[in-house]
Design a protein around this ligand. Structure first.
Ligand SMILES: Cc1ncc(C[n+]2csc(CCOP(=O)(O)OP(=O)(O)O)c2C)c(N)n1
Length: 852
């Protein structure tokens, strides 16, 4: 294998398009046999690595094949493009690819390609010379990415595209910002100047993580908004976020009242394009989870284009240490997705592959993978010395010319004029950046954000959330209505009867129906609702039944989508069995649907830790890092009920630890009506913050937590629920969630009239004034007791205690805490041990301290 790939000569002599099946007469069977083998195995022998280290693999099935047919097929399938597509079961898709690969080559604009390569390379070089020693994660070695994206966007624009949502990590990000997101070069470069550090103390992000939005103009003059999604360092975590944003933008284009149009016309308006490193593509689970969402009704975006910016290295690690497969892309083979491998030093082939990928996506609304194989000119970052670990590779790279020079020589186009004008232009941009005194503002949020506030809380955001009895009755009637001929399951017939009674005020509401009442009221008021989670349609605890299933046909019916022809849309989906990708997707959706109530539900609260990266990097911090708000809701079943260490805790402590600067609301509603008001508050307030809700399990239908209809008429969610049963308490117990009900039951059992029990329904921001006011209603109280089910090292204890102590100090009250002993695991595995522990908690809570 030569050290350097010689570019394939301009191939003009390919035969005209012909269907593989319709080809020739006499020897057609033999031709077809040979072509089949090359279609099946040819990619192994393709010449994909510009430096020749990743050599073609001799394939026994192709060994010894010669003659006219073999030569022709080899030209198509073993050149600088290798296609994996015979794992796709759909024949029309396979035929489409074969016809396009074996058809006449499309024209490319070589002058334009050269100009883009010059820009991509010189951009990096100017940064290298001006900011030596700064990290920029250069694209050099894979600069063909820029013409590749050009060709994808050109097709997108011609097919009606108006938006493209892009995700990528560090590598080449600045280059893409400048050349694809079309952020002015001096603004991109300004990141290196690091002006005005005081404006971002404790906040902001590094230059190669922030997002960029701009307008891209295609060759035919079409305009596309390009949104490069802000990205944390955690590789691939941004993928589901970009997909969720794509889906939300498509939904915006397709909403027709309660209906959403997902026809190809709408899907082609918004194009999701994700870029990946080869090591990350092969290794990161969140990416595998995201890919699996591609064709699911809850998540599909009508196909995304995935580009592996493959430099055959990950930091210092070789591919043979990164993945068990020959290609980094192989995980995509589990789905009906074609994979185009292309040598990044054949820019004409790269552009053609980009075009094919985009056309395929539009034709079949399918995902596509483009594996762009180049190299990495510098170390992992520019301050790393790669010769320590890859001396042979870097010896070769040292003498390897830049792509634009290779391409100029190959095409015979004189690159000197364009190179000198681009150089001048970028040097001028650098000088302009050096003179800036303020960080250029991120592009402003889209117009649909303008009715909403974020940032600091103001009491003026509060709105009444109660409903009149008539309204409740009307919504409830709609929620129990089924279409004529729909066969309702006998158990659900009973449930619907009970729900009808709730709506008429004849029986108290449980959580399940209170929740649906909230959603129903919102869609009627014009706020869309989207709820996803594992088994969320029925509800893990058999409590929700948002989606009804015909007992004979298994057809599904969502009453929430049929309340009125003028309502907003409602979607309730069972999700894939993923936490990270599914939560990331909903975060992305919420970013582009502020007017909607977007909820993600964990099956049990503890499973949320599978999505910890999304919580840490996006939900709790995106406003602080990137100025990007969200009103996403997390529903996390929580409560100590003797089900063992794994089904008890949604890890309240982790959310409390992430809480700062008013970045989210963390709540545990103590009754069905409180849950109803909380959900309505989240949607109706003109203020967007993430909301974490710890939801009940055994209390879902418990009479103590059920609410009479009057509770839905009252105006608002109470952050603290005071105690009206005991008027002059000596001891005040403060708890959140189920244990509060157990404390009140224990008080009844003891005929205790001296102990008040408050529910803290909002843990963060802590309602200090409300707590102080409720305490003041008990002037003879001697102590405040914080009671929690969680062990001492968990729950809200560490957060609440010092703040309660400050409130208590003002009244000279003692503060005690009652909780399980600190523990390495959240809960006991024995139901009996749990009972004993729970009894002890209650006993200790009522063990009032003697008069002091
Ligand atoms: C989840 C995660 N683990 C580890 C890292 C540290 N890290 C940053 S880049 C990198 C190598 C990535 O290699 P590859 O995906 O091939 O992209 P490249 O940098 O080569 O373009 C690693 C391990 C990270 N950013 N995220």
């Amino acid at each position: 294998m030569a050290n350097r790939v010689t570019l394939a000569p301009e191939k003009s002599a390919k035969p005209a398009k012909k269907s593989p099946a319709r080809n020739g007469a006499g020897n057609s069977a033999e031709r077809e046999r040979i072509f089949y083998l090359f279609r099946r195995w040819g990619f192994y022998e393709a010449n994909l690595d510009p430096l020749g280290f990743f050599a073609p693999l001799k394939c026994p099935d192709l060994d010894g094949l010669s003659g006219e047919y073999a030569e022709e097929a080899r030209r198509y399938y073993c050149g600088t493009v290798g296609v994996e597509f015979l794992h796709i079961p759909e024949l029309d898709r396979r035929n489409w690819i074969a016809e396009h690969i074996e058809g006449a080559e499309s024209q490319v604009d070589q002058k334009k390609i050269l100009e883009r390569l010059v820009r991509a390379d010189l951009f990096e070089q100017i940064l290298q010379s001006r900011y030596l020693g700064s990290k920029r994660f250069s694209l050099e070695g894979n600069t063909a990415l820029i013409p590749l994206l050009d060709s994808i966007l050109n097709v997108a624009g011609d097919l009606g595209g108006v938006d493209s949502v892009m995700a990528m990590s560090h590598r080449g990000r600045l280059n893409v910002m400048a050349h694809i997101s079309c952020k002015p070069v001096h603004e991109v470069v300004s990141g290196f100047e690091d002006v005005d550090p005081r404006s971002v103390l404790g906040a902001g992000d590094v230059k190669y993580h922030v997002g960029a939005t701009g307008v891209y103009t295609t060759s035919s003059g079409k305009k596309l908004n390009v949104h490069l999604v802000s990205n944390p360092s955690h590789l691939e975590a941004v993928d589901p976020v970009a997909m969720g944003r794509t889906r939300a933008k498509q939904t915006r284009h397709g909403v027709r009242g309660p209906e959403i149009d997902r026809s190809p016309k709408i899907l082609n308006k918004v194009w999701g394009i994700t870029m990946h490193g080869d090591a990350a593509f092969a290794g990161q689970g969140i990416w595998a989870e995201t890919l699996n969402l591609a064709d699911l009704p809850a998540y599909t975006v009508g196909g995304s284009i995935h580009v592996i910016v493959n430099n055959l290295i990950g930091f210092t690690t070789r591919p043979s240490q990164e993945h068990s497969s020959r290609y980094a892309s192989s995980i995509a083979r589990r789905q009906s997705v074609p994979i185009f491998h292309v040598n990044a030093e054949d820019p004409d082939a790269v552009v053609r592959v980009g075009r094919l990928a985009a056309e395929y996506r539009a034709q079949f609304n399918s995902d596509v993978v483009v594996d762009l194989i180049g190299y990495r000119r510098h170390g992992h970052s520019e301050v790393d010395d790669p010769t320590i670990t890859q001396p042979r590779l870097y010896e070769r790279i040292k003498n390897h010319p830049q792509l634009w020079k290779i391409y100029a020589e190959h095409t015979g186009i004189d690159a000197t004029p364009v190179a000198s004008s681009v150089k001048q232009e970028y040097e001028e941009a650098q000088r302009k950046a050096a003179k800036l005194t303020k960080i250029p503002a991120l592009r402003k949020l889209p117009d649909y954000w303008s009715p909403y506030n974020y940032g600091k809380y103001s009491p003026s955001f509060e709105v009444d959330t109660g409903l009149s009895r008539e309204k409740i009755a009307e919504i409830a009637a709609g929620l129990v209505r089924t279409p004529a001929g729909f066969h309702v399951h006998p158990k659900i017939v009973k449930l619907l009867e009970q729900r009808a009674e709730m709506g008429q005020g004849k029986r108290p509401f449980d959580y399940g129906f209170a929740e649906l009442l909230a959603y129903g009221s919102l869609v009627l008021e014009g706020s869309p609702v989207r709820l996803t989670g594992q088994d969320s349609q029925r509800g893990t605890f058999n409590q929700r039944h948002a989606v009804l299933v015909d007992n004979q046909t298994e057809e599904e019916y969502l009453p929430l989508a049929h309340l009125s022809p003028n309502q907003a849309f409602c979607e309730v989906y069972n999700s894939s069995l993923s936490e990270a990708a599914c939560l990331g997707f909903e975060y992305g959706f919420s970013r582009d649907y502020p007017e909607g109530l977007v909820l993600w539900e964990a099956q049990f609260g503890d499973f949320v830790n599978g999505a910890q990266v999304v919580i840490d990097q996006f939900i709790s911090a995106s406003e602080d890092k990137w100025g990007l708000p969200t009103g996403l809701v997390l529903l996390l079943p929580h409560g100590y009920e003797g089900q063992g260490p794994e089904h008890s805790s949604a890890r309240i402590e982790r959310f409390m630890q992430l809480a700062a600067e008013g970045n989210m609301n963390i709540c545990q509603p103590s009754s069905a009506a409180q849950y109803f008001h909380l959900l309505r508050r989240q949607a109706r307030r003109p203020w967007r913050k993430p909301l974490v809700v710890f939801t009940p399990k055994s209390m879902l239908r418990h009479p103590d937590a059920s609410s009479p209809i009057e509770e839905f008429e009252r105006s608002r969610f109470l952050t603290l629920v005071p105690d009206h049963e005991v008027t002059d308490a000596q001891s005040i117990l403060i708890a959140s969630g189920k244990v509060g009900h157990e404390l009140r039951a224990e008080r009844r059992r003891r005929n205790d009239t001296t102990t008040a029990v408050f529910f803290l329904d909002q843990l963060y921001p802590l309602p200090k004034d409300e707590i102080a006011a409720a305490i003041a209603a008990h002037p003879n109280a001697r102590e405040i007791v914080w009671v929690q089910e969680e062990p001492a090292n968990m729950g809200a204890l560490f957060y609440v205690l010092p703040r309660l102590e400050r409130i208590a100090q003002a009244r000279n009250l003692r503060v005690r805490t009652v909780r399980r002993s600190a523990s390495a695991s959240p809960a006991t595995g024995s139901a009996k041990a749990h009972e004993l522990e729970q009894k002890t908690l209650l006993t200790l809570a009522f063990a009032t301290t003697p008069n002091s």
